[in-house]
Design a protein around this ligand. Structure first.
Ligand SMILES: *[C@@H]1O[C@H](CO)[C@@H](O)[C@H](O)[C@H]1NC(C)=O
Length: 225
């Protein structure tokens, strides 16, 4: 019996590891939307929001308050990618539970104009993607957190994000600037900084340990300065 129990446990573990996925969501490809707009993710998965154009963000909201950030919302920061620029950014969030997560772009009136989405919508009831989108149309304003939070941001190619660690002189010292400083301050935790061939990485842990804010600059960036 012990060996069959061990066998079953091994199977269960293998199943868990094999099922963790990264789900890619394109941001504003062909309109003010997230593609897909309805995302289904399991605990342990990650959702990666890929920004390739325009001025956008992804913000965690609440169904009843469209276009407003949830308490301690994850936020990518505003990502601006000029047309014709060879570069992009990916903001990746960990999925720690399967509760519904209503998301929106807080830039301009993008939320009101339909740029909303949902991770794991309820399987029944009135809280649907379409209901959130309709309510967002009536939202008087859009708001956002004050600092990047709750995920990791990777910037690729020629894209520059003002104040981003690794940007100009800050790359040589590894000192966090701009949004990185803000996120470290917001969480009350001094950032751990690494600088090297692989780029600068800053990761901060939230006070409750439940929120991770991270910034990563890829190696490719340095070749372009
Ligand atoms: C992101 O930018 C990198 C570097 O320019 C490029 O190789 C990659 O194909 C881009 N990815 C997307 C989805 O645009």
């Amino acid at each position: 019996m012990p060996s069959s129990i061990y066998y079953l446990c091994s199977l269960a573990l293998a199943g868990t590891l094999a099922s963790a996925r990264t789900i890619t969501v394109m941001v504003a490809q062909g309109g003010l939307n997230f593609t897909p707009g309805t995302i289904r993710a399991q605990t342990g998965d990650e959702v990666a929001f890929v920004f390739t154009r325009g001025n956008h963000d992804v913000t965690l909201g609440e169904f009843d308050r469209p276009c407003q950030p949830a308490p301690n919302a994850f936020w990518s920061g505003t990502i601006t990618i000029p047309s014709g620029l060879n570069g992009n950014a990916t903001f990746t969030i960990p999925i720690r539970d399967t509760e519904p997560k209503w998301i929106y772009c807080s830039f301009g009136r993008h939320c009101q104009n339909g740029m909303v989405g949902v991770i794991n919508p309820p399987s029944e009831g009135d809280n649907t993607f379409d209901a959130y989108k309709s309510a967002a149309e009536e939202a008087p304003e859009s708001n956002r957190p004050t600092a990047i939070n709750g995920g990791s941001l990777i910037v690729r190619g020629d894209l520059e994000i003002p104040g981003f660690p690794g940007n100009s002189e800050s790359s040589s010292t590894g000192a966090p600037t701009g949004s990185a400083t803000n996120s470290a301050t917001a969480s009350g935790t001094p950032p751990a900084t690494q600088t090297g061939n692989a780029g600068a990485t800053i990761q901060t842990s939230g006070a409750l340990g439940a929120v991770m804010a991270g910034l990563t600059v890829g190696a490719a960036w340095f070749g372009l300065i």
